[in-house]
Design a binder for this molecule. Structure first.
Ligand code: UDP
Length: 242
């Protein structure tokens, strides 16, 4: 078995990535593929924290927009992340991988309330910990929740699984001269207004010196490639100290 490069990771998956073709709902064949790879990582001894978005069901601003009060629309989005978290937990358990859902708000019988020591305990036990409900606050995204939880649990790396295989100098769909970066600093991301994560997530990662690897989830085995140190995607980190 290959040796993992990281001891503890935080994997962020967007809700849309779990959806079938129309971008809504849940594609269980794909979820099973992702969960199998997550299980492989756990079996290698990697402690895996997971944050999943909710965009396959509801995004506060996009879907609620002017039709609803914003905070309430965002609460619906946070609930959507819990739906996805429960689906991931279920499939992981079907595969024989113990998994816990810890939510940012109290949800009684649905899941346990998040606390850092509890997450730490489960991770050390080799259980996959799925952080549901985002940050618990409106006006934030699950990218920010991912960075927040990664920092809290002391993850070595954030794995940002996307529908694109890295960070480009421009939108590769619109600009044929766009080049993919292997490595980029936070300063370059901010200065170039490059689409990696939203601003609150980027500044939280920057302030806490945590590297982020952006790669394509289309092939879920990419998760394993990153974990074993293969250089795919783009790594966003601080400038090396001279
Ligand atoms: N959300 C929120 N606070 C958070 C995280 C998420 O209000 O801390 C809401 C927000 O409405 C967001 C929705 O949940 O649009 C779904 O999250 P996100 O858009 O990040 O999901 P993704 O695009 O990754 O599927």
């Amino acid at each position: 078995m290959e040796k993992p490069r990281y001891e503890r990771i935080l994997l962020k998956i967007s809700g849309e990535a779990l959806a079938g073709e129309p971008g809504r709902g849940l594609d269980f064949d794909f979820i099973r593929q992702v969960c199998s790879v997550v299980k492989e990582c756990a079996q290698m001894g990697v402690q895996v924290g997971l944050v999943v978005g909710g965009g396959n069901f509801w995004r506060g601003l996009k879907d609620g927009g002017d039709k609803m009060e914003r905070s309430r629309a965002d609460q619906m989005g946070m609930l959507a992340t819990v739906i996805n978290s429960l689906a991931l937990q279920d499939v992981l358990e079907q595969l024989g991988q113990p998994a816990r859902v810890l939510t940012s708000v109290e949800m009684g019988p649905v899941a346990e309330r998040y606390s850092r020591p509890l997450a730490d305990r489960y991770l050390k036990e080799g259980q996959v910990v799925i952080f549901g409900g985002g940050t618990g606050n409106p006006y934030f995204s699950t990218d920010t929740a991912a960075v927040l939880r990664a920092v809290e649990i002391g993850a070595d790396m954030i794995l940002l699984a996307k529908n694109i295989d890295g960070v480009y100098s421009a939108d590769p769909k619109k600009d044929p001269t766009a080049v993919k970066y292997d490595r980029i600093s936070y300063d370059q991301v901010l200065a170039g207004h490059l689409q990696v994560m939203d601003l609150p997530a980027t500044s939280l990662a920057l302030e806490n010196h945590i590297p982020v690897m952006i790669f394509a989830l289309k092939d879920p085995r990419n998760i394993l490639r990153v974990v074993t140190g293969e250089r795919i995607g783009t790594i966003v980190e601080e400038e090396p100290k001279s």
